[in-house]
Ligand binder design. Structure first.
Ligand code: NCD
Length: 322
């Protein structure tokens, strides 16, 4: 059996996963279908095929992360890879090494996949131009977080049966959110209608150019929506004051039962985590098992990352035998 026969190939024309913006609807659908496949595996005791056996995955995180890093790690381990985790605290980056020096050092170790999170927009792309392996973006600044948008989409598709035609409201700190940007690209490509809701200080003026509807109050913005996607107030990215106080923010933009009553009765509540309870979301709605899909988003995160690893690495055996 040749390498090409042993490993399935997919119609996916990118070496790296840097953002949703560059993906077509067919490529997004492929990743969502493969994620569904792995989600079923993950609910059983059956081990997924060890397609990454003998491969090395490096998790390179320049920003704190719990769920994204763990989720990528678990995904890679479930597919049989050897995984190395590097966080800023333990690396030479703290000693002043530049991103490119780090890239060259890692490159010399011949990893197969590099997963990177970085506080600067565009840093992961720069890294991908300097290394020979597959690079996956685990979040770059306020730019993109492609696997988060994919896991949100799988969650929505499983609950609602489709993305096409749904009305999705993305609420809160859109300004600093890579999750918002990746979701806007994905949902629009897949035929959903996107609204953003937030105070004028936290909604960038460029939003309308992306084709989304902008609202500055929850009641009118949430009217008739199918999905309510809340965002964390990202205080660590704010220089200066964007909101008067957390209490005031909750009063006008925090999701509670009252504000949620404007949405459709079967509207799904989502949040990428970590949540600031009592700031952007009230516990009563976050923990409502009938309507909140927040735990399912975390579950789908592992399946999505397995799918991305599979699709992006399936050409490796062929490339390597050339
Ligand atoms: C998001 C992120 O890091 O961009 N979190 C995540 O990946 N689950 C959102 C956030 O930090 O608020």
């Amino acid at each position: 059996m040749t390498a090409a026969q042993k490993f399935p190939t997919f119609d996916f024309r990118h070496q790296h996963l840097l953002g949703i913006e560059e993906l077509s609807a067919d490529e997004i659908s492929l990743l969502l279908d493969r994620s569904d496949h792995y989600a079923e595996f993950n609910r059983t005791d059956v081990r997924a095929p060890q397609i990454l056996k003998g491969r090395t995955v490096i998790n390179l995180f320049f920003e704190n992360s719990t769920r994204t890093r763990t989720s990528f790690e678990l995904a890679a381990v479930r597919l049989g890879a050897d995984v190395i985790n590097m966080t800023v605290e333990h690396s030479s980056i703290k000693k002043g090494e530049s991103l490119l020096d780090t890239a060259l050092t890692l490159n010399a170790m011949h990893p197969n996949v590099l997963i990177c999170r970085h506080p600067e927009s565009g840093a992961v792309k720069l890294l991908s131009q300097k290394v020979r392996c597959v690079v996956m973006n685990g979040g770059d600044g306020a730019h993109e977080h492609p696997t988060q948008a994919l896991l949100d989409a799988v969650t929505i598709r499983r609950r609602k049966g489709r993305l096409q035609g749904l009305i999705v409201a993305i609420c809160g700190d859109v300004m600093h959110s890579r999750v918002a940007r990746s979701n806007i690209y994905l949902l629009q490509t897949m035929g959903a209608r996107v609204r953003v809701i937030g105070p004028p200080t936290l909604v960038p003026g460029t939003m309308e150019q992306l084709g989304v509807e902008v609202f500055h109050d929850m009641e009118s913005g949430l009217k008739d929506v199918d999905i309510v996607m809340m965002l964390r107030l990202q205080l660590e990215r704010m220089q200066g004051s964007y909101v008067p106080s957390e209490r005031e923010y909750f009063r006008y933009f925090g999701l509670d039962k009252q504000k949620l009553s404007s949405a459709r009765e079967d509207a799904l509540i989502m949040h990428p985590g970590p949540m600031n309870r009592g700031v952007e979301i009230d516990s009563e709605v976050a923990d409502d098992i009938g309507r909140s899909a927040i735990q399912e988003q975390v579950e789908m995160g592992v399946a999505v990352r397995m799918a991305c690893l599979e699709v992006l690495t399936c050409n490796l055996p062929i490339l390597e035998t050339r």
